[in-house]
Design a binder for this molecule. Structure first.
Ligand SMILES: *[C@@H]1O[C@H](CO)[C@@H](O)[C@H](O)[C@H]1NC(C)=O
Ligand SMILES: *[C@@H]1O[C@H](CO)[C@@H](O)[C@H](O)[C@H]1NC(C)=O
Ligand SMILES: *[C@@H]1O[C@H](CO)[C@@H](O)[C@H](O)[C@H]1NC(C)=O
Ligand SMILES: *[C@@H]1O[C@H](CO)[C@@H](O)[C@H](O)[C@H]1NC(C)=O
Length: 347
């Protein structure tokens, strides 16, 4: 809901997440067809001085063995419900493994033992409901773990034991309702955490005690109602914060106090009618100028003197405000439909 009288406008912040992937695949196929001979049943093989990159898509057949110098393996769109047990045997140099768009329901516990140098594991769009204990016992080098669009309803901290270098964790598009305490306690180098598009109603207040330098946090598309003062406190380096499409009605006055580097904030499409005094102080010039923008549109703002703080912040940062025409007062009656920025400007 925009709460604005007059025309609706598209958010300028919208972008197509599929585009970068399409471009990547396009570039990959261009790179791979150069100087390679193959039959339709073969996977594409691309050799460089770093090692072999192997890319398998239907109708190719899965290779029965991998060259010992394989560093990059793609096995996507096969609808596999199980992986061949010894798929990675002998590929001890493997650094990247892409298994998206299959139908994997589980993984063998010893699956990753042969590949201790693995840095990237992409399991996007499978049917995983859990991970086996011990899966990552030899995965000390793993930097990127993508579990996006699976069927996870719960998560156990123990599933992730063994990960020591995790910098990027994507759990978006699952069915998570809650998270265990201490989930991230050992992930001190985590930079990006994506928990978007789940069913989270609350978060453990100490969730982010552990990571020392989080830069991107995605919490959009959940059912969060309250943002407490503790959650973000331990993250001075956070630059991008996505809280849009939740049910936030309450944000604690000190919620943003720990943030020293925030450049982008999305609070659009929540249930905010008002916010406490002092909330915006840490995000105001001269300390911050929200250089990559902010969005507070599609909230039922009640435009009375309780928003004086917000008006002041808007006047100072309005150049960085997205969806200005969709950021309107839902009340009181006399103000309904007016643009928040216009109200702020007239104060
Ligand atoms: C995988 O499943 C999809 C959807 O059912 C289907 O369109 C596609 O052809 C299947 N692919 C293979 C390789 O079987
Ligand atoms: C953190 O790592 C230690 C040592 O590997 C382990 O005993 C502990 O259970 C881990 N904590 C969590 C929450 O994963
Ligand atoms: C607003 O958020 C709800 C979830 O709270 C979502 O279902 C809806 O699609 C969102 N609307 C827009 C325009 O993003
Ligand atoms: C917002 O509304 C104003 C006044 O109606 C209009 O001039 C302007 O182009 C609109 N901005 C956007 C981004 O749609």
């Amino acid at each position: 809901m925009s709460f604005c009288s007059g025309q609706r406008h598209q958010s300028p912040g919208a972008f197509d997440p599929h585009l970068s992937r399409t471009l990547f695949l396009l570039l990959l196929s261009v790179a791979l067809v150069q100087g390679v001979t193959r039959s339709p049943k073969d996977c594409l093989v691309f050799q460089s001085d770093k090692g072999s990159s192997i890319s398998c898509h239907p109708p190719a057949e899965l290779p029965s063995y991998l060259p010992a110098d394989t560093v990059h393996l793609v096995v996507e769109f096969f609808n596999l419900t199980q992986l061949p047990a010894d798929l990675l045997q002998g590929a001890s140099k493997l650094q990247e493994l892409h298994l998206s768009s299959n139908r994997l329901e589980s993984l063998p516990a010893k699956f990753l033992l042969p590949v201790p140098r693995l840095r990237v594991l992409d399991l996007t769009r499978n049917a995983l409901t859990g991970l086996p204990l011990g899966l990552f016992q030899a995965s000390a080098a793993l930097d990127t773990l993508v579990l996006k669009e699976n069927q996870l309803e719960v998560l156990e901290a123990s599933w992730l034991h063994g990960l020591k270098a995790l910098g990027y964790l994507d759990l978006s598009g699952n069915r998570l309702r809650k998270l265990p305490a201490g989930l991230l306690a050992n992930f001190t180098v985590l930079r990006t955490l994506d928990l978007g598009e789940n069913q989270l109603e609350t978060l453990p207040p100490d969730l982010l005690r552990g990571p020392l330098h989080l830069e991107r946090l995605h919490l959009e598309g959940n059912r969060l109602q309250v943002l407490g003062k503790e959650l973000l406190e331990p993250q001075p380096d956070l630059r991008y914060l996505f809280l849009n499409n939740n049910k936030l009605a309450t944000v604690a006055a000190g919620a943003f106090r720990g943030l020293r580097q925030l450049d982008m904030l999305d609070l659009s499409n929540n249930s905010l009618a008002s916010v406490p005094k002092g909330l915006w102080e840490p995000l105001a010039p001269p300390s911050r100028d929200m250089q990559d923008g902010f969005d507070i549109s599609s909230n039922p703002w009640i435009c009375d003197q309780n928003l004086n703080d917000l008006y002041r912040w808007l006047r100072a940062t309005k150049d960085k405000m997205f969806s200005q025409n969709d950021t309107c007062c839902a009340g009181p009656e006399a103000m309904k439909g007016q643009a928040l920025l216009a109200v702020a400007g007239s104060q």
